[in-house]
Design a protein around this ligand. Structure first.
Ligand SMILES: [Zn+2]
Length: 387
């Protein structure tokens, strides 16, 4: 097995390798916290790794009231627990929902303005009191979101049914632990869905317009790692090397998408808000539909990706065929209908997709009607014609 242990210093301090959860106390010290609150999701509340984390931190308190698509109410409850326990930092442990909630709790802990004042619009983040942002240590237990190296949290506004991005540069965790032993127990379908989310992050970042060769280099290697190791991690969940490489790929995806995302995420966000679907799974279903719509704008880029992946057919169609085959191999449904999505609110989904911050990263502009058409195609399983 190749070496899967290392310490990295960008985009933040990352300690990668099997068994490194045991270094959590040192990570908290390095991040400058002495009374951390562990934020995790309901599913991990009674899990052995949560208990071990608390034990290593001298019996640290655990807040586990976090749902799959966390809302402002979850953040509010987390903040109450944080203040009640006089904590001075957050250990965010779990999948994207727990990481995002933990990060936003740490961010909000010393703010006086309401949460939605810090939505990722223009320079709204400068409204925040930087001194009121508590340090964060992030420990992902899925390999997909990459939120552990992101500077934002996605929180659902239940009143408007919209997922909002709360952003501040200081939401970047001070220390990240990428311990593949924590992802060993992930069921196959969660491994597949989250792993494909990492792929979509890299893919959309690579195809987003703008000058950012650094992000593009990370994105290309991230996609190569997913192509090589996601099938292995799905075939054998105990494959520690595949698990370690997928954790790296997930962190690389989120690092790359500082360049931008695109139409897949623009649609997946409102679909997740309205239908409570799994984020990674939603992206995995939608990806080929948006690829086809964007075809003319991304054919050169797709050829480059196909070469990096070592495909025999290094054309747009070759990459598309590979994506479709990978989805099938990993048990991802072909249509949104199969994951419980219908077209009742298709016009609303179209409008909100066009307004989603991710839409700005799509290689071609798509209006509300265009997004609605792609959404309907993804429900029905029709490949859209290229725009
Ligand atoms: Zn995503």
């Amino acid at each position: 097995m190749t070496n899967i242990r290392g310490n990295w210093n960008y985009p933040t301090t990352v300690w990668a390798g099997p068994g490194r959860l045991e270094e959590i106390a040192a990570a908290c010290t390095r991040a400058g916290m002495t009374r951390p609150l562990i934020v995790t999701d309901a599913g991990l509340a009674t899990h052995a790794m949560t208990a071990r984390c608390s034990e290593l931190l001298g019996g640290a308190a655990v807040f586990a009231d976090v749902a799959g698509n966390p809302s402002a109410a979850h953040v509010e409850k987390g903040l109450r627990a944080y203040r009640l326990g006089h904590h001075d930092g957050v250990v965010a442990l779990g999948g994207g929902a727990a990481l995002d909630t933990g990060k936003v709790v740490a961010f909000m802990s010393g703010q006086t303005r309401p949460l939605w004042d810090f939505e990722d619009i223009g320079d709204w983040w400068t409204r925040a009191d930087s001194a009121g942002i508590a340090p964060i240590v992030a420990i992902p237990t899925t390999a997909g979101t990459g939120s552990e190296v992101g500077r934002a949290g996605v929180i659902l506004n239940e009143e408007t049914h919209q997922k909002k991005i709360i952003f501040h540069p200081l939401m970047m965790p001070k220390v990240v632990i990428l311990d593949p032993e924590l992802t060993i127990g992930l069921p196959r379908h969660v491994t597949a869905a989250t792993g494909l989310d990492a792929f979509v992050h890299c893919f959309e970042a690579y195809c987003a317009p703008g000058f950012h060769p650094m992000a593009e280099g990370i994105a290309l290697e991230g996609m190569r790692l997913v192509a090589e190791y996601l099938p292995r991690a799905c075939q054998n969940g105990q494959d520690l090397e595949a698990r370690a490489q997928m954790l790296a790929a997930a962190s690389m995806g989120a690092t790359a998408f500082q360049k931008g995302l695109g139409g897949v995420h623009a649609i997946a966000h409102p679909v997740g808000s309205w239908f409570n679907t799994h984020h990674g799974l939603t992206n995995a279903v939608i990806l080929p539909y948006v690829m086809c719509h964007n075809r003319h704008a991304i054919s050169d880029r797709c050829a480059r990706i196909a070469r990096v992946l070592g495909l025999a057919d290094t054309s747009f169609d070759g990459l598309l065929a590979w994506v479709l085959a990978l989805r099938t191999e990993l048990g991802i449904p072909h249509t949104l209908a199969e994951i419980g999505v219908d077209d009742r609110n298709a016009d609303v989904i179209g409008r909100e997709s066009a307004l989603d911050p991710s839409a700005g990263g799509n290689p071609i502009a798509i209006d509300a009607a265009g997004y609605e058409a792609i959404f309907r195609d993804a429900i029905a399983g029709r490949m859209p014609a290229a725009a």
